[in-house]
Write a protein that binds this ligand. Structure first.
Ligand code: FE2
Ligand code: FE2
Length: 296
């Protein structure tokens, strides 16, 4: 029978991976107070918000606001991970705790930046924030293995998003570029952990391929629950360096190669079929991308 739980035989290797993560993250530990332009802060009661105070271009504001509204749903991501890994490997439950503590300052950093720099109307931001958390997040997969596949893609996509937006943001506010690159470093370490958990499983048991396909083919950022998500992503794709092209080149293609899906040899026929489906999906996305490039 194909299992979709994590494999207990990998516990020692995953423990090493977790120790490595803690070492690397301790080296780059940071507090969000270090990355904010506090000199620009003004009391909203004394100096009320006015659109004339906004200095960033709208595309950058949309990108940062979208990132914030993704990060604010951390309570729901954590509750999904905690429920999913209950009864699974203890080491993964420990990682989820560390991960939550590291993620916890991401939304604080982005929100405080937006407020201090007066880049958004504070009451509107408050309402969006509240509405997004109230909507919550509920994925359509619930097994430990699939959840790890999802988090691998999601951390990589978030890392690429921050680095790409940073390039554009840096032209307007170097403080913002620096802050985004800092977030990207955290996401890089998270990605490395989840990615290798999956890699070890595929190496040990290629039949795990069976559980890759659904998540890879239906990947969506968890922010899809926020208001106007599609409009936001269209603006970011056009004007802030992160869209379907970047997703293909810097996320999908990278992960398919890293997990070496092309050379895995699962024994179970349904796992082999799933593997071929993923390769077909990858090839189709590549053609879509090339067609798009030619039309530019
Ligand atoms: Fe994050
Ligand atoms: Fe992360």
């Amino acid at each position: 029978m194909l299992t979709n739980d994590l494999d207990f035989r990998l516990e020692p290797r995953l423990t090493e991976l977790y120790d490595e993560h803690k070492k690397r993250s301790a080296k780059i530990d940071w507090g969000y107070h270090e990355f904010l332009p506090w000199d620009k802060a003004m009391d909203f009661r004394r100096v009320p918000w006015d659109p004339s105070q906004v200095t960033l271009p709208p595309n950058i504001v949309v990108a940062i606001e979208t990132a914030l509204l993704t990060e604010v749903n951390l309570p729901w991501f954590t509750s999904h991970l905690a429920q999913t890994f209950r009864g699974s490997l203890t080491i993964i439950q420990d990682f989820v705790h560390t991960w939550t503590a590291e993620e916890d300052q991401h939304s604080n950093l982005l929100e405080t930046y937006l407020l201090i720099t007066r880049s958004v109307e504070p009451m509107r931001l408050h309402e969006l924030h509240k509405m997004t958390v109230e909507n919550g997040w509920e994925p359509d997969f619930h097994t430990p293995f699939e959840t790890m596949v999802y988090t691998s893609l999601q951390e990589l996509a978030t890392m690429v998003f921050y680095n790409n937006v940073a390039k554009e943001a840096n032209k307007h506010d170097p403080d913002l570029g620096r802050l985004l690159r800092r977030l990207a470093k955290d996401e890089t370490l998270h990605y490395a952990f989840y990615r290798d958990v999956i890699k070890f499983h595929l190496q040990l048991e290629p039949n795990y391929c069976y559980y890759l396909g659904h998540v890879i083919k239906n990947f969506q950022m968890p922010g899809a629950v926020m208001p106007d998500f599609d409009d936001r992503m269209a603006i970011i794709a056009k004007e802030a360096n992160y869209g379907p092209l970047e997703y293909f080149d810097q996320v999908l293609d990278v992960i398919i190669k890293y997990w070496d899906i092309e050379n895995l040899r699962p024994i179970a026929p349904e796992a082999e079929k799933a593997r071929l489906d993923i390769l077909k999906y990858h090839a189709r996305m590549k053609r879509v991308k090339e067609r798009f490039m030619r039309s530019q």
